[in-house]
Design a protein around this ligand. Structure first.
Ligand code: SF4
Length: 329
């Protein structure tokens, strides 16, 4: 049987610093600087994402998100392996019940891209994968708690799973009448826009559940024509589209980039929703932007954009039952 295009691209993704250097015409002298961090959290990137990176530019904001740097090996005080303390909210393998009315399923540890700032880079997916249990314990938990109105597919990247597996799980959740919304958090729309194919659109369109997709785009260059087309297809069938960005030094920590990102999102039917402060995962300190800079950036955006284009500045605080808004006034 022929695999869908996106699955082939996923299988062929670049996974070594040597291949990345060659594909992007980067200086070979960079290689020794990448290897240590690559061993701790391996490099991975798709061709679709590489196509958006300027060749030969080691400061390209998209490249910064995937380039394993020596800085990641520095142990920094205040940075941990579980910055949002997710593990303690795990009720059955892979099911996190942290916020009222909502449960999150970490469906897979697999992603088509390894984002160097990822707060789950240390997460033990091998013991937290509900697919191994045939989903039964997670579904039973959701069925037995009728305060749960939303189920969130997360990961890793949930859209790394095949449509066959995802649609089966979504269909089972669709039968639980107190669940109203299905939310999918993914970066596939920018790193693998072909993921939004007919097969995928076919099953999501048939669900009773209202579908919400959060697309995790950090920079306007991540929205090229292919990504724009995929967003258009989702929008057309009534999927509610939101974006959540992480504020990242060297990537999007300037006013112009954030303004362009918001405008491009709105143009493509996506609501800029959260601008997230970095979760302090060990190895990510070089991406951190301090709070006063973050507030200034939002204030500057407020002077130039309509209210609907301004994301909420938030921080995840362990043990807080919601994302904590940061007051910018
Ligand atoms: S979980 Fe999300 S942020 Fe983390 S590596 Fe995967 S795609 Fe990137």
């Amino acid at each position: 049987m022929q695999l869908p295009k996106w699955q082939n691209q996923l299988a062929e993704s670049i996974k070594s610093p040597e291949a990345l250097i060659e594909a992007l015409n980067l200086p070979a002298t960079l290689l020794p600087k990448l290897e240590k961090a690559h061993k701790m959290f391996p490099l991975r990137v798709t061709q679709s994402y590489l196509d958006k990176i300027e060749k030969g530019n080691i400061y390209d904001p998209l490249l910064r998100q995937i380039l394993p740097l020596t800085e990641e090996t520095i142990i920094t005080e205040g940075y941990t392996t579980d910055p949002v303390e997710d593990k303690q909210f795990e009720k059955t393998p892979g099911l996190l019940h942290k916020y009222h009315g909502r449960v999150l399923l970490t469906l897979t540890g697999a992603c088509g891209i390894h984002c160097r700032y990822c707060f789950r880079r240390h997460f033990d997916y091998s013991s937290s994968n509900p697919s191994k249990q045939n989903w039964d314990s997670a579904l039973e938990y959701i069925q037995n708690d009728n305060s749960i109105y939303e189920v969130i597919f997360s990961g890793g990247d949930p859209l790394s799973l095949t449509d066959q597996r995802l649609s089966k799980l979504a269909h089972d959740i669709d039968q639980i009448t107190h669940v109203k919304f299905l939310r999918i958090h993914t970066r596939q729309i920018t790193i693998l826009p072909d993921r939004v194919n007919e097969q995928f659109l076919g099953w999501i369109e048939k669900l009773r559940l209202k579908l919400i997709m959060v697309v995790h785009i950090n920079h306007p260059n991540e929205i090229d024509q292919l990504t724009s087309d995929s967003l258009g297809k989702l929008h057309e069938i009534g999927v509610e589209l939101f974006n959540q960005s992480v504020l990242l030094k060297g990537v999007n920590n300037n006013e112009n980039t954030l303004i362009q990102l918001s405008l491009k999102l709105i143009e493509n039917g996506v609501k800029p929703y959260y601008l997230h402060m970095l979760d302090k995962a060990q190895g990510t300190a070089h991406f951190n932007v301090n709070e006063s800079t973050a507030k200034k950036l939002i204030k500057n955006m407020q002077e130039k954009l309509p209210g609907y284009a301004i994301p909420k500045l938030v921080r995840e605080v362990p043990h807080t039952p919601y994302k904590k808004p940061i007051n910018v006034s």
